[in-house]
Design a protein around this ligand. Structure first.
Ligand code: ZN
Length: 210
């Protein structure tokens, strides 16, 4: 939703509601963990009040454990925190699940997959960043394909139900490659919202996946 037009947020939410998209992906930035600021709880609540699909909330903030219940109350269904921002990640993931949400771990492009060896069993999803977090509209980093394959192998050994999500620079040109490598969930921002026919773009992306 970071790429949506916030002056027409109701229409943008409606478009996603009526499209083939499965989830809403919300990027929360604090200006500390990442250089940029995005939006906070009131906007999450506003989207939640209209959304008829799950809210997948990606926290790009320091000390994310401070806001677990606040995001649950605002309507989050899936809450993902950065490995790089969580000193006590095991406890944070447990707290997210205890609050009634699915728990996700996010890895920045520079963080190796093997960091997750001892924690992947505690997560419902791992989100691999395919750009450096903080801005929409960036170029996709191709090394992500190796990381998806490595994570898929780890998941098959330890947590076969784990969902693998990819975020950043996803479009029609790389969606098939990402899925073949093992991605289950693709986040598309600019590819959808900067298109003249966003719902059709979502349909095309979904068709690539099927
Ligand atoms: Zn995101």
């Amino acid at each position: 939703m970071l790429s949506a037009d916030f002056l027409r947020l109701d229409e943008e939410v409606d478009m996603v509601n009526n499209s083939m998209a499965d989830w809403f992906h919300l990027d929360i930035m604090d200006g500390v963990f990442v250089p940029n600021l995005s939006f906070g709880l009131p906007v999450v609540k506003a989207i939640s009040s209209m959304a008829v699909k799950p809210l997948d909330v990606h926290l790009m903030i320091v000390q994310p454990e401070r806001y677990i219940t606040a995001f649950r109350d605002a309507g989050a269904d899936i809450l993902s925190v950065h490995y790089e921002a969580s000193t006590h990640l095991h406890r944070t993931l447990q707290a997210i699940r205890q609050a009634g949400m699915k728990a996700g771990i996010v890895l920045n492009p520079h963080s190796p997959v093997h960091l997750l060896n001892d924690i992947v069993g505690e997560a419902d999803m791992v989100l691999l960043m395919s750009v450096n977090p903080g801005f929409g509209g960036q170029q996709f980093i191709p090394h992500i394909l190796n990381k998806i394959k490595e994570l898929k192998e780890l998941a098959l050994r330890i947590n076969p139900a784990l969902l693998i999500e990819v975020d950043g620079g996803v479009n029609r040109d790389n969606a098939a490659q990402l899925c073949h490598a093992g991605a289950d969930v693709l986040v598309a921002g600019n590819a959808v919202f900067k298109s003249s026919e966003p719902a059709e773009e979502i349909r095309l992306l979904k068709t690539i996946l099927d």
